[in-house]
Design a protein around this ligand. Sequence first.
Ligand code: PBG
Length: 325
Amino acid sequence: MFPSVRLRRLRRTENLRAMVRETSLDTSDLIHPLFVVHGEGVRKEISSLPGQYHLSVDELVKECQELYSLGVKSVMLFGIPAVKDEIGSEALSDDGIVQQGMKALREALPDMVTIADICMCEYTDHGHCGILHDHEVDNDATLEYLTRQCVSMARCGASMVAPSDMMDGRIAAIRAGLDEEGFTHIPIMSYAAKFSSSFYGPFRVAADSAPSFGDRKGYQMDPANGREALREIEQDIAEGADIIMVKPAMAYLDVLHEARLRYDIPLASYHVSGEYAMIKAAAEKGWIDHDRVMMESMISIKRAGAKMILTYFAKDVAKLLNSQK
Ligand code: PBG
């Protein structure tokens, strides 16, 4: 032990530190979430997410071209529909706004990985993530709608679907539905361990998707439950998920790490809107260093066990990584 052992020896210079660095971050790890809206030439900053925009399809294509050239080759699309109704009809239509975005991206950037978030809350007038019966989300009735949304996305060119609704049995239902329509090659990224989190606040402003009554605790997970999260993950792997996601990121790194130890499946972590907004706000006040806190957050998620990070910082991180090369 000390004084013969001195851990500081390998920290003395940057080249030594780089040599022993255990975790790295690459642009291939990043997935940028984007919000698509109807219209043309629309690029409107989202009040709750500074630096993030509502984009019409033409602007979405431009944004993705820039991301692609920076090395961010994966995006996750969310849609703001023209009309919301009881069953979220626009989510199911090949003319829906995300579907239009998928078609345009498939044309303009054929190699981009385009992931469709699959959920009904942005599309329903009540803001819940499924079909309602007597003010409760009906699990089994919702599965058919989620599957139809997935098939429509695949038909319009999505490279991957990512169900974020937290209904039981959805992965098996979606897998069967995709396979039946000939989409056996389309992977499913499951939001397997998605917690009922107040860190989604800025997203719900961006997507106008807050539930009109009640909350999501009847389907999203209790933040107190780590073991139950592992059961969710195990079940989704058994049902055929290709990638497992834990969400939010930083408050749930223990769940991510335990999943990394137990399962040999690619893991993703979603650094959500509230996590992004907190860093932006504190940096704006001059209380923290924006870039350093951003990079430390990213590396902590990698260290805990994620390969992929869904983050609104993807473009900023890519620019920084490219400038360091
Ligand atoms: C849709 C969905 C949400 C997020 C991703 N997909 C919102 C929610 O569950 O209320 C949150 C993403 C974020 O906060 O950045 N169900």
